[in-house]
Design a binder for this molecule. Structure first.
Ligand code: M6R
Length: 619
């Protein structure tokens, strides 16, 4: 979950530090407990690194500037091995001569045994990291081979785990060498310079031309060229692509926080995820799907694997996919999946959902599912990320970069993509809902406009959040697709406002949670549409009455025109009318907005809440 950037410019270009710092600023969302840079400066490498946010590194560079350079590497860290200290911050030096510097994302699983070997040879360590072990191994391999690419090839052969590594060596100025296994690395192709990054945000300010690398590949960049080879030394080529995200999309677009911007991106996130999914006759097509139609017709079970918000998207999707396809859908937290002896075979479709595509728990679940013979589809927002590359097929969400740690637009895009998948399966398998696919797609197409309308009415939600800065606990109730929305609302509040929050199925209230209700307890209730089946609407309205009678302060999210809730609601937040299964795409929005403004009212860091990182690449 670290951010990595590498740069090489021409001899007359000494802007390496500026490029690295800009890349790190855009990558800070990937991890932010420390940051550092290393440059090739004459006959050695020079580093500056500092624990804390990037601002600390900036201050350090002002106090102790680095000489100009054409070549360097930069890193933002989220600690795994060794606490977030200056010493453990990357880059790490290898060897005794200070010529080699290395940065790393991931975990070297066998670092203890490698370190024991180095200690026996008298190597002195200055940090507790697994990275420094690799730095020393690489320095030793360089001394033997006098070539950084070859040294990298030799060293990666001894490493176990997941890693992206970038290295520079003072004896090879004008070169950065990278390697990746189960961890992201992309190449940016400039006119007079080349770049490496954990994702395209690292270099989007400079170039849109990029190369996707495969697993187990080493890349060497100079100002004039890029060469790629496998860990076995065989020449290889990256896959070229053009970055369609513009630079502004990676910034705040005029909002005070990325989260606020991303909440407002949601109409586009849904609309873009629906783009290109129907052919001229209005029939659903999934171009990115490599699994055969025959295989998809044969599946008899779907398991969704995901974590956090992505898992709640899966829970929403379960209702819709089961309804449309009559295929049983299970949702497993990815970190539990492997350990519950899952019942999986070649007729099981495992759908992973991940914004980053790098969540290690989800990646491991996908790998386990494949091992057991399942078909795997990745619903992912990040092109070229590890999880889609490890899956049989991919359904990309097109939410654009999500930088705030709290997931918002990715959630809506994930639900949308899963719905497209469900409708596609329904159409393919020809059940009773096959003919409905087109009309549901049409209804989905109307959702972005409805989100836009809803976003225009969030002033009252902001005010309510403003009054509630001292609140210690908030409960959320929902039913059917509103139940995962309630849990998502609670998750948003926990991670952003650091207060106790819980989401319940409204029907469960009477089985225990109603004991929590005391005078003044704020409770958000997500009310199903009056058009919902099985009288669900009336049942939830009764739940509102029950908690109101016990003193709860009820904040009710209800459809326009639903007058039945008025009498029992302290506040009513109206959402546009839509089909009951599509309602989560609307009802979650006020909950996101509430969490955003409650966090703001408490003076907290909305985009980078404490203890969390955007992309959790360790198990
Ligand atoms: O990148 P992913 O979608 O795989 O991330 C999964 C979760 O870590 C993520 O949704 C997390 O729960 C968010 N912080 C929630 O806002």
């Amino acid at each position: 979950m670290c951010g990595i950037v590498g740069y090489v410019g021409r001899a007359e270009d000494d802007s390496a530090l500026d490029v690295l710092m800009e890349g790190l600023a855009r990558l800070e969302y990937r991890g932010y407990d420390s940051a550092g840079v290393a440059l090739v400066t004459g006959d050695h490498t020079s580093t500056r690194k500092k624990s804390g946010k990037l601002a600390n590194l900036r201050a350090e560079l002002e106090a102790d500037p680095l000489p100009p350079s054409t070549t360097g590497i930069g890193h933002t860290r989220w600690a795994t091995h060794g606490g977030p200290t200056d010493e453990n911050a990357h880059p790490h030096r290898g060897g005794a001569d200070g010529k080699l510097a290395l940065i790393h994302n991931g975990i070297i699983e066998n670092f203890h045994s490698l370190k024991r070997g180095l200690l026996a040879q008298g190597t002195v360590f200055t940090s507790e990291t697994d990275t420094e072990v690799v730095a020393h191994l690489l320095a030793a391999a360089y001394d033997e081979h006098h070539d950084l690419t070859e040294a990298m090839r030799v060293v990666v052969a001894d490493l176990e785990g997941a890693f992206t590594l970038l290295a520079i060596h003072a004896d090879q100025p004008g070169v950065v060498v990278g390697a990746r296994r189960n961890s992201p690395l992309v190449v940016g192709l400039g006119a007079d310079a080349n770049y490496l990054g954990s994702d395209v945000a690292a270099f989007i300010g400079y170039t849109r031309q990029a190369l996707e690398l495969d697993q187990d590949q080493i890349v060497t960049i100079t100002a004039d060229g890029v060469t790629v080879m496998g860990f076995d030394g065989a020449p290889a080529e990256g896959k070229a692509f053009e970055v369609t995200w513009d630079a502004a999309a990676a910034e705040k677009g005029g909002y005070a926080t990325f989260m606020e911007k991303e909440i407002h991106d949601q109409p586009h996130a849904v609309a873009d995820t629906l783009l290109g999914r129907t052919d001229a006759d209005g029939r659903l097509t999934l171009d990115e799907m490599d699994i055969t139609e025959h295989q998809l017709r044969e599946i008899d079970r779907i398991i969704v694997v995901a974590c956090g918000t992505a898992a709640y998207a899966g829970l929403v999707a379960k209702y819709a996919i089961e309804h449309w396809t009559r295929i049983p859908v299970e949702v497993a937290l990815a970190h539990e999946f492997r350990y519950c002896d899952p019942i999986v075979n070649d007729r099981t479709l495992v759908v992973s959902i991940s914004q980053s595509g790098e969540t290690m728990d989800t990646l491991m679940a996908v790998k386990h599912a494949r091992l057991l013979g399942a078909l795997t589809i990745s619903v992912c927002n990040t092109h070229g990320a590890t999880i889609p590359r490890e899956s049989d097929a991919v359904l990309y969400t097109h939410a654009g970069p999500e930088i705030a740690v709290a997931s918002t637009k990715a959630f809506l895009a994930q639900i949308t993509a899963c719905y497209v998948l469900g409708l596609y399966l329904a159409q393919l398998r020809g059940g009773s809902f096959a003919d409905d696919a087109q009309s549901v797609m049409k209804q989905l197409g109307e959702v972005p406009g409805k989100i836009e309308t809803l976003l225009g009415r969030m002033d009252r939600v902001k005010e309510i959040a403003g009054f509630m800065a001292d609140t210690r606990s908030v409960l959320f109730l929902g039913r059917h697709v509103g139940y995962p929305v309630a849990m998502e609302g609670a998750l948003k509040l926990k991670e952003l406002a650091y207060i106790h929050a819980e989401g319940f199925a409204a029907g469960e209230l009477k089985h225990g949670p109603i004991a929590l209700i005391e005078p003044g307890q704020p409770v958000f209730v997500i009310v199903p549409s009056p058009s919902s089946e099985h009288g669900l609407h009336g049942k939830v309205v009764s739940n509102i009455q029950e908690i109101r009678a016990r003193g709860a302060r009820t904040i009710v999210i209800a459809e326009e025109g639903d007058e039945a809730v008025e009498a029992f609601a302290d506040e009513v937040i109206r959402v546009p009318v839509t089909a009951p299964l599509l309602a989560p795409l609307l009802t979650v929005v006020p909950l996101q907005v509430f969490a955003l403004w409650l966090s703001t009212a408490k003076g907290l860091d909305v985009d980078q809440p404490r203890n969390l990182a955007k992309s959790v690449t360790v198990e």
